[in-house]
Design a protein around this ligand. Structure first.
Ligand SMILES: Nc1ncnc2c1ncn2[C@@H]1O[C@H](COP(=O)(O)OP(=O)(O)OP(=O)(O)O)[C@@H](O)[C@H]1O
Ligand SMILES: [Mg+2]
Length: 412
């Protein structure tokens, strides 16, 4: 395969190399959804030709990953873009949709290049899978050429690849843990899952205990940190008063710094509802709701799930952990009913086990540290592996025919 270098970029190109042979095949939306990372505080202007594409850009602009970006959507495609930028300065990124064939699109884009400020990136969404066009666009410094139909997650993935290097940038995954009610064990689940993540994957994990007043992270991990998260949140320009009032922007800042430094950021949210807890839930990559199997928990969990469904249309549903199940003699909502009411399958059901949990808590140990034979230990592994999108780290099972072959060899 020959590779050629982009020598004469009219636009600020992201990738300088391209292949002669194929336009990259866009992955399925589900994968894009998981790979699309937050996009920095940039201005994006889109010039669409079709209402459908305008809708997709609009959808992406409302997504959590673009919450910092400023997006505006116009109609009229490449022609309107050229007209517009003859009079106005260009933003950080222009998205141009065009169904024009190669012979007409290229001259239009050349005209656009003439009025583009240096540093402006251009993404073109076309309707033809044309390798020569793709090659010509990259030669002109176009950052990306996508072939319609494009979904919002696919668009977000492409845009985020222009600003984050998936190979080198450590852009951590953020998990928010919240209890459907106070005291249901959300922090316990959060800390154990975080510990297992770091142990099993030999990875750095930051646990951000946002229960500033009553958090137990220090106790649970038997740690006495000199500086807590309150200190980080108190750093200017965040305004934090003595009552531990956190601002949503302050939270964003701390989470951003954390996710730039480690692959996994685990946030322990206190039970209770405020502007910033909501912001963290809506901004996290994934949410874990811990609930006990009773009616109040079900109602609250349902409210949280509904909010997340509405505001996070391009994300997976939250994870559900049922904790403190099977308390002797206590009437409980059956697992199946609980799951059906929420439209979620529980990731784990952890029994009420005051002896184990109480002892772990008193020792400042995680459940698996206390005893890897505890019934809940493998469940925390499951939770951690699911959150990391990994399979269990058990030794791989050999396929059935491999052991047969071994036996045959022995016989010979
Ligand atoms: N499955 C369990 N069985 C018995 N005890 C448990 C279980 N899970 C957690 N606990 C205990 O319940 C208590 C409350 O747990 P935890 O602090 O994790 O709850 P929380 O939901 O974070 O509470 P808060 O609303 O205060 O944030 C702790 O003492 C913990 O050890
Ligand atoms: Mg807690």
């Amino acid at each position: 395969m020959t590779r050629q270098t982009n020598t004469n970029p009219a636009f600020a190109a992201a990738g300088a190399e391209y292949s002669d042979f194929e336009i990259p095949v866009i992955d399925q939306s589900q994968d894009s959804m998981e790979r699309a990372r937050p996009i920095p505080r940039i201005s994006i202007q889109a010039f669409c030709e079709q209402n459908h594409m305008a809708g997709v850009v609009q959808d992406a602009s409302e997504d959590r990953r673009l919450s910092k970006a400023h997006v505006s959507v116009h109609m009229g495609g490449a022609v309107a873009a050229v007209q517009h930028y003859q009079e106005s300065p260009t933003p950080n990124l222009i998205i141009v949709e065009s169904a024009l064939p190669r012979q007409q699109l290229l001259p239009e884009l050349d005209r656009l290049a003439e009025c583009c400020d240096p540093g402006t990136k251009v993404v073109v969404i076309g309707h033809v899978n044309d390798v020569i066009l793709y090659r010509e666009l990259l030669k002109r410094g176009v950052s990306e050429y996508l072939v319609a139909p494009v979904t919002a997650p696919q668009l977000m993935e492409s845009l985020s690849n222009l600003y984050n290097d998936p190979e080198s940038d450590p852009v951590g995954h953020v998990y928010a843990f919240i209890g459907a009610k106070g005291g249901v064990g959300s922090s316990t689940i959060c800390h154990n899952a975080a510990w297992t993540l770091s142990e099993a994957l030999k990875s750095n994990v930051i646990v951000a205990d946002l229960d500033l007043a009553f958090g137990t992270t220090g106790l649970d991990f038997n740690q006495d940190p000199v500086q807590g998260i309150a200190d980080a949140l108190a750093t200017p320009p965040v305004v934090l008063d003595r009552d531990y009032d956190i601002t949503p922007d302050g939270c964003d800042m701390v989470i951003d710094v954390a996710r730039q430094n480690v692959p996994y950021v685990v946030i322990d949210l206190p039970h209770g509802w405020s502007a910033w807890t909501k912001r963290v839930l809506l901004q996290a990559d994934e949410v874990v709701i811990t609930a006990a199997p009773d009616l109040a928990n079900l109602r609250n969990a349902k409210n949280i799930v509904e909010l997340l469904k509405q505001s996070r249309r391009n994300d997976n549903l939250p994870h559900l952990v049922i904790n403190m199940a099977n308390v002797p003699k206590r009437p409980e909502i059956a697992l199946k009913e609980f799951e059906e009411a929420l439209g979620l399958k529980a990731l784990a059901v952890i029994d009420f086990d005051p002896e184990t949990f109480g002892q772990a808590s008193n020792n400042g140990q995680m459940i698996e540290e206390l005893s890897n034979r505890a019934k809940a230990a493998p469940m925390f592994r499951d939770i951690a592996m699911t959150l990391a999108h990994r399979r269990e780290t058990k030794a791989e099972k050999k396929p059935a025919f491999a052991s047969l072959l071994e036996k045959l060899k022995l016989k010979r």
